[in-house]
Design a binder for this molecule. Structure first.
Ligand SMILES: *[C@@H]1O[C@H](CO)[C@@H](O)[C@H](O)[C@H]1NC(C)=O
Ligand SMILES: *[C@@H]1O[C@H](CO)[C@@H](O)[C@H](O)[C@H]1NC(C)=O
Ligand SMILES: *[C@@H]1O[C@H](CO)[C@@H](O)[C@H](O)[C@H]1NC(C)=O
Ligand SMILES: *[C@@H]1O[C@H](CO)[C@@H](O)[C@H](O)[C@H]1NC(C)=O
Ligand SMILES: *[C@@H]1O[C@H](CO)[C@@H](O)[C@H](O)[C@H]1NC(C)=O
Ligand SMILES: CC(=O)N[C@H]1CO[C@H](CO)[C@@H](O)[C@@H]1O
Length: 669
C-alpha cells in the first residue's frame, strides 16, 4: 500500500515538474496571445498572423520564443531530439520578385539585430559568418539564388550551420505517394507546412514540406546526418528570421508547434488566422484617380461617343508599347510604359537627372510601390539584335551584388528602350569628384568607394557562372548609394553598340583615357581591358583629375603617363590630389602604384581582379618591378596632339562616350 502511494506520489511529482515549466512543448494556432521576442520588421497583426517582414525594401524581422530551452541532456551532454512544424506563406508585391525567404533558427543568442538582410536572411553578417561561436543552426526556405553562398537554385531548402553556405540543400519540393516528387514554389503566396525533426540517437535532421491541403509526406525532402551535440550550447533560442533585399515582400507565419524530446502536436488548421485581403492605399488612390474619371467618361459617352473614342485612341497611342511574342518569358521584368510615364511625371524636365553615353536618365517614383527608380531612355532604331540584347540585359539583371546598380526591368516602345534601375541618391562619382568641390570626398570615403568598385568588378569577372565584361568603367558610370558605396552602373549596355551595327567596322566602345591601347587596335574587349579602365579610375580617385586633361601642361596631359613619370623620378606622391588635406601616404602610394599596374600598356602585366582585391586588402604584395617595362600610352606627335585635344574636348563637353572605329576615325553617336 505504502509502495503504491509512493509510486503515485512520484508520478504526480513528475507531472507537476513538467507542468510547472511547460517549456518543452507548445502549439500556437495563430500568434494572437503569444509573447514572442520580436525585432526588426516583425509584428503580430491584429488577426494573429506573425508578419516577419513588411513589403518595403531592405530589412529583416526576427521572432523568438520568449526564453531559451535546455537543449541538452544534463547527464550525458548530448543534444536532445526535437520536433517542430510551422505554416508559412511568402507574398511578394510583384510576382517572381521576392525577398529572401524564411529560416527556422536554433541560436545561442536571440539578438540577431546586427545581422544583414538580403541574402544573409537576417542570420549573420560578414564578420561572424562561418564562426562556430555563433552556435546557429538554421533551416532556410530560400527564394533567391545567391551565387555568393553557392545556392543551387533560387527556390530551395537548406540546412545551415553558422554560415549561409548550406551543408545540405535541395530544390523545394515534396514527395507525393504514387506520384513522386513534386515541385513546390515557396514564394507564390500559397500556404505551406514544414516539419523539422531531429533524432538524437541517429543524429538525423529531417525537413519535410507540403502544401497546406496535403498530409505530411512519408518521405522527407532532406534527411541529413548532423550531430548537434557539439554545435549547440546548453540553452538554445528557437525562432524565425526573414529578410528582404530589393523587392517588397511579406513573410507570414500562421501557426507553430514545437516539442523538445517529443513529437510536436499537430497544428489545428481550423484555428489559423487568415491572410489579409490587401487593397493597398495606392490602388485605392488609383481607383479614385482613374475610376472616377472613368465614370465621368461614361456620362460623357452618353453625351458624345465620338469625343470619348477620340480621347481613348489618343491615350492608347500615348502609352503604346512594343510587345512581341518572344518577350513573354521576360514578363516579370517588364514594366508598363504608363507606369514609367506616371513615375517620371511624363519624363518631365524637373525629373531629368542627366544624359549618359546611352541616353537620358530620369528619376521616378513607381506609382504602386512608391519605390524610387532611375529610368534610362535609350532611343534605338528597330534593330534585329534587340531580342538578344534584351535577353542579355535581363540575364545580367539577375546579378545581385551590393556594388552593382540593380536593374529592375525594362519596357520597349517604338524606337525606344527604357531600362529601370534602383535610384542612387548620391549621383555619379564624377559629379562628386569634379563638379562639386564643396562636398569633396575625403580619402577614407574614396578608399571605401575604390574597395567597393573593385569588389563589384571582381564579381562581374570572376564571381558569376559567366564572365561579364563591363566595357565602360569610368567615374560617370560609378554611382553612389545612400551610404556612399560605389556601385557600377551601365554594365552590359555597351553591347548595344555591337548589335545591329555595321559588321564591316568593329566599333571600339569606351571612353578616351580609359581605353586600353590594344583595344583600339583589336577592338576586342576583355577582362584585361576592363582592368585597364579600372586603373584609370584608381588614378582619378587618387589624383582628383580626369585621365586626359587638355588644359594641363603637355607632360601632364595624359594622367597615367604623368604618374608613371613621377614614379620613375621616385616622387609618385607628387601626383596625389592637392585638395586632399589628410591621407595616409602608404595607402595613397599603394593606390597610385596599383592604378599604374592596372593601366599597364602591356595586357600581360596587368593583374586580375582577384589580385587587385588581394593587394587592396594587404594580402598580397604589389609587383612593382613590372612598372619598369613601360611604353608611353599615346605616342602623340604635334599634329596628333591637336586632334586629340579636339576629340577629348568634344567628347567631354557633351559627356558622350566617344567611340572610335578600328581605322582610328572618330564616330560620334
Ligand atoms: C540522458 O542521458 C542518460 C544517460 O545517457 C539517459 O539515461 C537518459 O534517458 C537521457 N535523458 C533523456 C531525456 O534523453
Ligand atoms: C556582426 O554580428 C555580431 C553578433 O551579433 C556583432 O557583435 C558585430 O558587431 C556585427 N558586426 C557588424 C560589422 O555589424
Ligand atoms: C532542381 O531544379 C532545376 C531546375 O528546375 C533542375 O535543373 C535540377 O536538376 C533540379 N535538381 C534536383 C536535384 O532535382
Ligand atoms: C528521418 O527520415 C528518415 C528517412 O525517411 C527516417 O528513417 C527517420 O525515422 C526520420 N527521423 C525522424 C526523426 O523523423
Ligand atoms: C555526437 O557527438 C557527441 C559529442 O560530440 C558524441 O558523444 C556522440 O557519440 C555523437 N553521436 C553520433 C551518433 O555520432
Ligand atoms: C514558467 C517557468 O517556470 N518557466 C521557466 C522554465 O525554464 C526556463 C529556463 O530554466 C526559465 O527561464 C523559465 O522562467
Amino acid at each position: 500500500m505504502i509502495r503504491l502511494i509512493f509510486l503515485l506520489l512520484i508520478t504526480l511529482l513528475m507531472i507537476t515538474a513538467d507542468a510547472s515549466n511547460d517549456t518543452t512543448t507548445f502549439v500556437f494556432n495563430g500568434f494572437a496571445s503569444t509573447n514572442l521576442l520580436l525585432d526588426g520588421m516583425a509584428v503580430v497583426t491584429s488577426t494573429g498572423l506573425l508578419q516577419l517582414t513588411e513589403p518595403t525594401e531592405q530589412g529583416m524581422g526576427h521572432a523568438f520564443f520568449p526564453y531559451p530551452l535546455p537543449f541538452k541532456n544534463s547527464s550525458s551532454g548530448a543534444a536532445l531530439s526535437f520536433s517542430t512544424s510551422f505554416i508559412f506563406s511568402i507574398v511578394p508585391r510583384y510576382p517572381d520578385l521576392t525577398g529572401h525567404g524564411i529560416a527556422f533558427v536554433l541560436s545561442a543568442s536571440s539578438d540577431l539585430s546586427h545581422a544583414l538582410p538580403s541574402q544573409f536572411i537576417g542570420l549573420l553578417n560578414r564578420t561572424n559568418l562561418g564562426k562556430p561561436s555563433n552556435h546557429l543552426i538554421a533551416v532556410e526556405l530560400d527564394t533567391n539564388y545567391s551565387p555568393e553562398f553557392d545556392d543551387i537554385i533560387d527556390n530551395h531548402v537548406g540546412i545551415d550551420v553558422n554560415s549561409l553556405r548550406s551543408l545540405y540543400s535541395a530544390n523545394a519540393s515534396y514527395f507525393s505517394d504514387g506520384v513522386g516528387t513534386q515541385n513546390l514554389i515557396l514564394e507564390n503566396g500559397n500556404l505551406i507546412q514544414v516539419w523539422v525533426e531531429y533524432d538524437q540517437f541517429e543524429c538525423l535532421l529531417n525537413v519535410t514540406l507540403a502544401p497546406l491541403e496535403l498530409q505530411k509526406p512519408s518521405v522527407p525532402l532532406l534527411s541529413s546526418f548532423i550531430n548537434l551535440s557539439s554545435l549547440i550550447t546548453d540553452y538554445m533560442h528557437i525562432g524565425f528570421s526573414s529578410a528582404i533585399g530589393s523587392f517588397p515582400t511579406s513573410h507570414y507565419l500562421f501557426g507553430w508547434s514545437f516539442a523538445l524530446n517529443g513529437r510536436a502536436e499537430a497544428i489545428d488548421l481550423s484555428l489559423l488566422p487568415r491572410l489579409p485581403i490587401i487593397i493597398s492605399k495606392s490602388k485605392l488612390q488609383l481607383l479614385i484617380k482613374y475610376g472616377l474619371p472613368a465614370i465621368a467618361g461614361v456620362i460623357l459617352l452618353v453625351a458624345g461617343i465620338g469625343t470619348c473614342a477620340f480621347i481613348g485612341i489618343r491615350r492608347k497611342i500615348k502609352f503604346a508599347e512594343l510587345l512581341e511574342d518572344w518577350e513573354r518569358e521576360h514578363r516579370p521584368q517588364r514594366f508598363s510604359y504608363k507606369d514609367l510615364y506616371m513615375a517620371t511625371k511624363g519624363f518631365g524636365e524637373e525629373e531629368f537627372l542627366g544624359a549618359g553615353g546611352f541616353g537620358r536618365v530620369y528619376k521616378g517614383v513607381l506609382p504602386r510601390t512608391k519605390a524610387q527608380v532611375a529610368v534610362k531612355k535609350i532611343s534605338h532604331e528597330t534593330r534585329h539584335g534587340m531580342r538578344q540584347f534584351v535577353a542579355e540585359i535581363i540575364s545580367i539583371g539577375h546579378l545581385r551584388h551590393r556594388n552593382l546598380v540593380q536593374l529592375l526591368g525594362y519596357c520597349r516602345r517604338k524606337g525606344e528602350l527604357l531600362l529601370v534601375y534602383d535610384f542612387m541618391p548620391n549621383g555619379s562619382l564624377d559629379q562628386l569628384l569634379f563638379d562639386k568641390p564643396e562636398s569633396m570626398l575625403d580619402w577614407k570615403q574614396r578608399l571605401h568607394i575604390i574597395r567597393g568598385v573593385a569588389s563589384g568588378l571582381f564579381y562581374l569577372h570572376e564571381g558569376w557562372t559567366q564572365v561579364v565584361i563591363h566595357r565602360d568603367i569610368k567615374a560617370s558610370n560609378i554611382l553612389l548609394d545612400a551610404e556612399l558605396n560605389g556601385r557600377l552602373g551601365d554594365f552590359g549596355l555597351s553591347r548595344l553598340y555591337d548589335h545591329g551595327s555595321d559588321p564591316q567596322t568593329t566599333h571600339v566602345v569606351g571612353t578616351l583615357g580609359y581605353l586600353a591601347p590594344e583595344l583600339t587596335r583589336t577592338g576586342k574587349a576583355t577582362t584585361s581591358t576592363d582592368v585597364y579602365a579600372f586603373g584609370g579610375f584608381l588614378l582619378e580617385m587618387a589624383c582628383g583629375r580626369r585621365p586626359v586633361e587638355t588644359k594641363a601642361l603637355p607632360e601632364e596631359m595624359i594622367l597615367v603617363d604623368w604618374v608613371h613619370d613621377n614614379w620613375k623620378k621616385g616622387c609618385i606622391l607628387e601626383s596625389s590630389d592637392r585638395n586632399l588635406l589628410k591621407f595616409s601616404a602608404v595607402e595613397m602610394e599603394l593606390v597610385l602604384k596599383l592604378g599604374l599596374l592596372c593601366s599597364h600598356p602591356k595586357p600581360t602585366c596587368r593583374p586580375r581582379m582577384t589580385q587587385v582585391m588581394q593587394v587592396l586588402d594587404g594580402d598580397a604584395a604589389l609587383p612593382e618591378e613590372l612598372l619598369n617595362d613601360w611604353t608611353e600610352s599615346f605616342a602623340v606627335g604635334d599634329e596628333g596632339l591637336e586632334d586629340l585635344i579636339n576629340l577629348v574636348d568634344s567628347a567631354f563637353s557633351n559627356s558622350m562616350a566617344a567611340s572610335i572605329d578600328s581605322s582610328g576615325n572618330r564616330a560620334e553617336r
